[in-house]
Design a protein. Structure first.
Length: 337
């Protein structure tokens, strides 16, 4: 089978690899689409994602496809099913898994990170992380279920009420997802801050965002928002998130910054405003919710996909040679619906 293999830092090669073998509890998937995200940028550059990726490895952790083969003990999917795959595989035995915090698993493995993923014509995964798709979810949309499920986990960590006023900082793909997701969870007003006028306008006109801020020329009012989602991961936007939170506010630090970065905050403001500052890591038990949100039309992910690439374009994309990308997915297989 054809695969795009990360052979070293910032180096891909298209190779012919053997078809993955599967065990009794595994599923073999013919890849349809694989999303490419910020985690892939990190892995390509030699930085860890949810875990380190050690070359040679096939990346691709946001995957959709069609079941090619199932192991003898698999009952949840069948050959020919359209599926999406949650990449994260938990050990089920460590302290975190046994205390209902599997995302913090001491032995986390992941499709497309620690084991070969979807930037290949076929990949395998345990049946427990393979989800059959409803007819209302396209294979293109399904390649974005994993990032949406990560956003759902972030929202699950918040205490949301309809009266709240929310701000999302960041107009990248994840920020745009959060803007829709907070509305789907019943927050009555959601604003969006970013740096691209076209994205801000589109989210206002098509996706229900109320007020937008281009932070290159506009300031966000301080002490103004009950919920703030930081979806950039830069020290300056993280500091802004704390400043613009209102009394009793909640700040979700979702954006992934460099491991060595830090930001300053006024500790008295945290005390006086009684802020909650919350981190969010991957997507424990939120895949079914993400599928349901797309299926019901509560979140439009396909409308945010701007580029459909082939395997030969992935390196150019990760090198920044393809511009004006909202969300890129890679068309891998030919059996598409």
């Amino acid at each position: 089978m054809k695969a795009l293999v990360l052979t070293a830092i910032r180096r891909f090669e298209i190779q012919n690899l053997p078809t993955p073998s599967i065990g009794a509890n595994d599923v073999l998937v013919n890849t349809a689409y694989a999303g490419v995200c910020g985690t892939d940028h990190d892995l390509y550059a030699g930085r860890p994602g949810s875990a380190p990726a050690n070359p040679p490895i096939v990346l691709g952790h946001e995957n959709s496809g069609i079941v090619a083969e199932v192991g003898s003990a698999v009952t949840n999917v069948s050959k020919g099913d359209r599926v999406a795959v949650d990449p994260n595989i938990y050990c089920g035995e460590c302290t975190y898994c046994l205390t209902q915090r599997p995302e913090l698993c001491d032995h986390l493995s992941a499709v497309g990170v620690t084991r070969n993923g979807g930037l290949a014509e076929q990949f395998s995964a345990p049946a427990s992380v393979v989800y059959r798709l409803p007819d209302t979810v396209t294979l293109q949309s399904a390649a974005a279920i994993e990032p949406l499920s990560c956003a759902v986990h972030g929202v699950d960590l918040l205490r949301l009420r309809p009266y709240q006023k929310a701000l999302v900082i960041g107009d990248g793909f994840m920020g745009q997802l959060f803007a829709q997701l907070l509305q789907a969870y019943g927050v009555h007003r959601v604003d969006l801050a970013g740096i691209f006028d076209d994205k801000l306008k589109r989210n206002h006109e098509l996706f229900g965002v109320d007020r937008t801020y281009n932070t290159q020329r506009e300031s966000i009012p301080v002490d103004s928002y009950d919920v703030v989602v930081e979806a950039v991961g830069l020290p300056q936007t993280q500091a802004t998130a704390v400043k613009v939170a209102a009394k009793g506010g909640q700040v979700l630090m979702f954006g992934v910054g460099p491991q060595e970065s830090s930001f300053e905050m006024n500790t008295y403001d945290i005390y006086k405003k009684q802020l909650t500052i919350q981190g969010s890591f991957i997507n424990p038990l939120t895949f079914a919710d993400a599928i349901a949100l797309i299926s019901a039309g509560k979140v439009n992910v396909e409308g945010l996909i701007s580029h459909v690439l082939d395997l030969t374009q992935v390196q150019d994309f990760l090198d920044g040679k393809i511009k004006d990308v909202s969300k890129a997915i890679v068309k891998v297989g030919d059996t598409l619906k």
